[in-house]
Design a protein around this ligand. Structure first.
Ligand code: GLN
Length: 306
């Protein structure tokens, strides 16, 4: 496995077309696009890394996997009255479907859906309390107390977040949010601004590899059926309007973020985190996707067969 991971890293190092770093969040625009990291962790917790696997990056929308998991834990199936579970076929920050669908977002991973999930997690708590709870959960699943929020990224998003504010206000106009828009956005922007390394992120995904249990720590995180369903949502919706393409090329449940990270789950086999800041036109890591494509080719891990 280490040879495979090393060879993917060597191949990616030589690539010149690395995509474009997200620039709508100023703090992300200044990240060096020439970075690459890949970590594969097996169910028992054996780690194979290459590149800058201990460099922190902004996990952005990958945090939505963890907030969805928490929201399902809190609300159970009642959550599905507030957000759907169909692929959107639209960009991550699109507002068009929201009007037709009366303010109920298509799925938990597009921005509108994740904002609805943040609202659900909050209950009637303040953003500070909810964020403490989210961080606590992410640290628990990653088994790493050092994980934290990059306040500079959060502030940067807050200053430029007109689109997300529009989505939230639009949902509020349909009375779909229980908390004031500003508080929900504060929670949302901050959980998107969690920083992690590929090693931490891959470890955080382990519970989705082994039917809801992190085998390396022995902790059960979610019941079996819930892990299976979260994986199915990642497969269908985790890459927005690029989800079909990702399933075709990689064939694993995956979640991307505009920081250039991707978390991919090979059920029963491994949790994989890859990071390269340059994005394709849809907003998914360009080299990250290519690296996963190579990894699946080498390992035969696609859920659809060799
Ligand atoms: N925080 C980002 C936003 O709201 C997340 C988007 C993403 O990672 N795709 O725009």
């Amino acid at each position: 496995m280490q040879n495979i991971v090393d060879s993917i890293y060597q191949e990616m190092r030589s690539r010149t077309d690395r995509g474009k770093v997200a620039n709508y969040i100023p703090q992300l625009a200044c990240v060096d696009p020439n970075q690459f990291a890949l970590t594969v962790v097996t169910p028992e917790g054996k780690v194979y890394s290459a590149g800058c696997a201990d460099t922190l990056f902004s996990i952005q929308s990958i945090s939505k996997v963890f907030t969805l998991t928490m929201a399902l834990g809190k609300l159970g199936d009642a959550l599905w009255a507030r957000v759907g579970r169909e692929p959107s076929g639209d960009p991550f920050n699109s507002i068009v479907q929201l009007e037709h669908e009366s303010g109920i977002p298509r799925n938990p991973f597009i921005n509108a859906g994740a904002i609805a999930i943040a609202d659900a997690i909050m209950g009637h708590n303040e953003p500070k309390e909810s964020l403490a709870e989210i961080l606590h959960f992410v640290r628990f699943v990653a088994n790493d107390e050092s994980i934290s929020i990059d306040e500079k990224v959060a502030q940067s998003e807050m200053m430029t977040g007109s689109r997300n504010a529009s989505l939230a206000h639009f949902m509020a106009s349909f009375e779909r949010l229980e908390n004031p828009v500003e508080k929900v956005l504060g929670t949302y922007f901050h959980h998107c601004s969690i920083s992690m390394t590929t090693e931490q992120l891959a470890k955080a995904g382990l519970f989705l590899v082994s039917n809801g249990t992190n085998q390396s720590t022995g902790s059960r995180v979610v019941p079996e059926h819930r892990a299976r369903r979260i994986n199915s949502l990642m497969l269908m919706c985790g890459h927005y309007d690029g989800s079909g393409e990702f399933a075709y090329r990689v064939g694993l449940p995956g979640k991307s973020g505009v920081g250039g990270g991707i978390l991919a789950i090979a059920p029963g086999k491994a949790s994989i985190a890859v990071w390269s800041p340059g994005l394709d036109k849809i907003g998914n890591s360009k080299l990250g996707t290519e690296a996963l494509e190579m990894l699946v080719h080498e390992t035969g891990w696609s859920i659809f067969g060799h």
